[in-house]
Design a binder for this molecule. Structure first.
Ligand code: DCP
Ligand code: MG
Length: 380
């Protein structure tokens, strides 16, 4: 832990990791309309433009006052608010909506690409290819297309070893489970899923520490998936013990019928995986989970991510997986600009490769020279 003074959090900061940001902001409508433009840029592969919108939206989400014409001067000086985006904001303030957002939302191309990317495993570039090269337009078209393809090869690590008996989630499977996987998960169900997982974990390795991270930890009322970071005080980092725990738990959940699919396990990277960049080196299992049957109630397939860390990297894992994505991106950037490297798997000082082992989340922020922002204010 460093003794230097910590950088103060404020809504005008250039870094998302220094901007307290609630789940719902006073300008939610504007944020939603700009979000349509951002999403369309991303779907069209215009990543630089998408990122500028994402940055501007993030800054606006932290702005604590409802926007009125008299606030425009201040807003124009906020970091990440360029001329183009300022003109959209002005338009919104004067007209109550943004023409471009409405045009995009009404376009059939945007609607198709959006629908395609609701299928797990289909990213923006695949969606464009399906639309442009194969002429597909609807989920029905997609289903027909994938039903006509041969099933994917089974999954091995580099040495031909099958990593888990659980099937991976092919696009065909993802299409069949689309309704389930697109249904959001209420907090009570996140808690139930967590209890079931922890009960199984306790049977194979008593005394584990764990935290539900992701949107749930930031206060999201409805999550798209459940993310849990796990460690055990006696795990040693240099060995295969962390990987062993990950595999043992996943295989146990699979045998009990609680995990139905495993999309990624440890070092295994499927060729068309989502979010392939920016991965840390932690052991993780990206799975489809289903709660045990309860008479009379429908069982819904849910996305469950289990992340395993050695005790030394537990708190960086918790911080790195709490999000939001923009918050995490700027934590890395902030660290980098100060000669440090931060990711979920640890903190390192670049000049001498000194590693830090934080003992709490506050410690993670303190090592990086940052005031600690509560998880519920990390929605930048
Ligand atoms: N994360 C990250 N970089 C990645 C993957 C994850 O920084 N490549 C972090 C930021 C995310 C958190 O992990 O907030 C969990 O990722 P999710 O995709 O599960 O996103 P959320 O939990 O924030 O929202 P939800 O699951 O409701 O969509
Ligand atoms: Mg999540």
């Amino acid at each position: 832990t460093q003794s230097t003074e910590l950088a103060k959090a404020h809504y005008t900061s250039r870094y998302a990791c220094l901007r307290p940001c609630p789940m719902e902001c006073p300008n939610q409508q504007l944020v939603q309309q700009l979000g349509i433009i951002r999403c369309s840029r991303e779907l069209e592969g215009k990543d630089t433009s998408a990122l500028s919108y994402e940055r501007a939206i993030s800054v606006l989400k932290s702005y604590p006052y409802p926007l009125t014409p008299s606030k425009l001067t201040e807003v124009s000086k906020l970091p990440g608010i360029g001329e183009k985006i300022l003109s959209k904001i002005t338009e919104y303030i004067n007209e109550g909506n943004i023409k471009e957002s409405q045009a995009i939302a009404g376009s059939s191309r945007y609607q198709s690409l959006c629908a395609f990317t609701t299928v797990y495993g289909i990213g923006a570039s695949s969606a464009r290819k399906l639309y442009d090269s194969f002429g597909l337009r609807t989920i029905g078209d997609l289903t027909e297309h994938y039903n006509s393809l041969p099933p994917p090869a089974s999954r091995h690590d580099g040495n031909g070893r099958i990593l888990t008996p659980a099937p991976t989630l092919s696009i065909k499977d993802a299409l069949a489970l689309r309704a389930d996987l697109n249904e959001t998960i209420p907090r009570t169900e996140v808690d139930m899923m967590h209890s079931v997982v922890v009960a199984e974990l306790e049977k194979i390795r008593p005394g584990c520490l764990n935290t539900i991270v992701g949107g749930y930890r930031r206060g999201k009322v409805e999550s798209n998936d459940v993310d849990i970071v796990i460690t055990h005080p006696a795990l040693s980092s240099g060995s295969n013990q962390v990987m062993g725990l990950c595999e043992t738990l996943v295989n146990r959940l699979y045998k009990r019928g609680l995990v139905t699919h495993v999309m990624h396990l440890s070092g295994f990277h499927p060729p068309d995986a989502l979010r392939t960049s920016n991965w840390d080196t932690l052991e993780k299992a990206l799975t489809v989970f289903i709660l045990p049957p309860v008479s009379g109630s429908r069982r819904i397939h849910r996305r469950l991510d289990l992340i395993f860390a050695a005790p030394e990297t537990y708190w960086t894992a918790v911080t790195g997986w709490t999000g939001s994505k923009m918050f995490e991106r700027d934590l890395r950037l902030w660290a980098k600009e100060r000669g440090m490297k931060f990711d979920s798997s640890g903190i390192t000082r670049r000049r001498d490769s000194k590693q830090y082992f934080p003992h709490s989340e506050e410690d993670v922020f303190a090592i990086l020279g940052l005031e600690c922002i509560a998880p519920t204010l990390r929605n930048a």
